[in-house]
Write a protein of this length. Structure first.
Length: 118
């Protein structure tokens, strides 16, 4: 084998390893949560969360207990209209969490009679 072939094999192994990491699973879940409301699939998000928990457990990640608790507590909320916003607050990246909190705060401050839809 040449050095080039070995480098290519190493790159393939790194790609495979990265795709099976907790960080990759978390990023994938975060991407699912940022999809527009019309195309957001709560079942896919729940499956992503289950996959995240499984990978964290398999890799003995320090966040395993946290992810397991999120899964256990959010599973019954899947039919709830706020399911996505709850997950964003719990597993979203810092920017997503800040935006979600700002939106929730604005909605709480807006009186129901002044909302254009209600």
């Amino acid at each position: 084998m040449t050095i080039r072939e070995l480098q290519n094999q190493l790159m393939e192994l790194k790609k495979t390893s990265a795709s099976n990491s907790v960080a990759a699973a978390l990023m994938s879940l975060q991407q699912e949560l940022t999809k527009p409301k019309q195309v957001f699939d709560p079942y896919k998000a729940l499956a992503g969360l289950e996959s995240l928990v499984d990978l964290a457990r398999d890799q003995a990640d320090a966040r395993t207990k946290r992810f397991s608790t999120i899964l256990r507590q959010c599973r019954p909320l899947m039919g709830n209209a706020q399911f996505r916003s709850i997950l964003v607050k719990l597993v979203g990246n810092k920017e997503d969490v800040e935006v979600a909190k700002a939106i929730q705060k604005s909605l709480r401050q807006t009186a129901p009679s002044s909302r254009p839809w209600g």
